[in-house]
Write a protein of this length. Structure first.
Ligand code: NAD
Length: 430
């Protein structure tokens, strides 16, 4: 089947590549001409395990190509995906101007029946607006359907998630579009849930908010564990073994960040408000998340007494492991707090350093994890890169000025790290 994906970022590029991998013919469109140029030159603008090889393979076999022309994409596709940003506005609501613009642009170039699929995360009822916009701006008479097909991939394992999704949600009232979507997704062998348009849009916000809720729940528990002398990991294990609860997303830490959870949660709170419901539960989830980060920083500040003139060795800048994405990363937020209070931050991240430096030039970026320990007053683990577990912590102990380690991701083994002489603090493992 012939597809166009408008927006070639984390979602558009990985989705387009995986569709090509299962045999579809895909054109990825982006209005960032530089990005298109570098993709054509074989340079991949994001780090996602396995993605580069798949892109190269499918470009070589002719099933994947890149353009900055939306006309070229829409002309050569039966299904047109919208995968552009839906960033938050200051009041928490979603900026839908990217989606609206693409809808107008599709309307302007559409010459025959198309299925227009919204993959961006959008508020309920956006599909209706997309439909109205295309109808209004289209010169005449061509049929089209609008489908909501929310994306559930996780950065860091996007390729695996896309190739083997738990489920595919297709929201549409059209049998014709629903058949096309079933055919499109058939090669993935995943269960396909067909719903109405509004339900599909709601599923995405409901799912992300629920995952954020699980994280805040275990983080709230971590505070109780700390004061009661319990171990949050054992509590999570005991809870998670119950299949009604599940172990995933019950890892205590310094909270969720990234380009999705914080924005999707604020959006859902705002959407609910607009619909007349005060989603106080989600407001609390968000409050606990901020509190968890602030509490961690306070504990480090207490240990150091003052941040001014201190050297913080920071392990991790990406919002989670296996990605280079530093957007709304908690690691970046705490780095900024340290810097604003006069500390020097020497940081290492296996993939996210370049993007982090572009956002926060005050960071000193080093080329290896061990180097952050050099004359450090404290070493802080802020991102769960598993490789941080296997560092030469004995050598790092010798290099560090003071023996403090604050592990915001419960990545290290407390016994092993303490045996090396470190004063080790983690989350909820008193
Ligand atoms: P991104 O910023 O990485 O990529 C968006 C791309 O769209 C950029 O390359 C940008 O240049 C391009 N673009 C913007 N306007 C355009 C236009 N008019 N025409 C063509 N291209 C245009 O964003 P992302 O992380 O891929 O997210 C896209 C959407 O998917 C958002 O709604 C997001 O909430 C949702 N989502 C993201 C994830 C994730 O993990 N990143 C997961 C699920 C859903």
């Amino acid at each position: 089947m012939k597809l166009a994906i408008i927006g070639s970022g984390y979602v558009g590029l990985t989705t387009g590549t995986c569709f090509a991998e299962v045999g579809h013919e895909v054109i990825c469109v982006d209005n960032d001409a530089k990005k298109v140029e570098s993709l054509r030159a074989g340079k991949i603008p994001i780090y996602e395990p396995g993605l580069e090889d798949l892109i190269k393979k499918n470009v070589a076999n002719g099933r994947l190509r890149f353009t900055s022309s939306i006309k070229e994409g829409v002309d050569n596709a039966l299904v047109v995906f919208i995968a552009v940003p839906t960033p938050p506005q200051p009041d928490g609501s979603v900026d839908l101007s990217f989606v609206e613009r693409v809808a107008r642009e599709i309307a302007g170039v559409m010459t025959g029946y198309r299925v227009v699929v919204d993959k961006s995360t959008v508020p309920v009822k956006t599909g209706e607006k997309v439909r109205q916009t295309i109808s209004r701006y289209h010169a005449g008479g061509v049929e089209f359907d609008v489908v909501s097909n929310p994306e559930f991939l996780r950065e860091g394992s996007a390729v695996a998630d896309l190739m083997k999704p738990d489920r595919v949600v297709v929201g549409t009232e059209s049998d014709r579009a629903s058949e096309i979507m079933r055919e499109l997704y058939a090669p993935f062998g995943a269960p396909i849930l067909v719903t109405d348009l509004n339900s599909a849009e709601l599923i995405k916000h409901a799912a992300n908010s629920f995952l954020a809720l699980k994280i805040s729940y275990i983080n709230a528990l971590s505070q109780i564990c700390e004061v009661s002398g319990a171990n949050v990991e054992m509590v999570a294990q005991g809870m998670g073994a119950d299949h009604r609860i599940g172990r995933a997303f019950l890892n205590a830490g310094i909270g969720y960040g990234g380009s999705c959870f914080p924005k999707d949660l604020s959006a859902f709170i705002r959407i609910s408000e607009d619909l007349g419901y005060d989603f106080a539960l989600l407001k609390e989830v968000s409050r606990i998340n901020r509190q968890q980060r602030d509490r961690f920083v306070r504990q480090i500040r207490d240990a150091l007494w003052v941040f001014r003139e201190k050297r913080v060795g920071l392990l991790g800048l990406a919002f989670k492991g296996n990605t280079d994405d530093v957007r709304n990363s908690v690691a970046m937020e705490i780095a900024e707090i340290f810097l604003n209070e006069g500390a020097h931050v020497r940081a290492y991240d296996p993939q996210g350093a370049e993007k982090a430096k572009a956002i926060e030039p005050r960071l000193e970026i080093v080329g290896s994890a061990e180097e952050v320990a050099d004359k450090a007053d404290v070493i802080v683990v802020a991102t769960e890169w598993t490789e941080f577990r296997d560092l030469d912590w004995a050598a790092m102990r010798k290099q560090a000025l003071s023996p403090l380690v604050f592990d915001g991701r419960n990545l290290l083994d407390p016994e092993k790290i303490r045996a090396l002489g470190f004063h080790y603090h983690s989350i909820g493992r008193s």
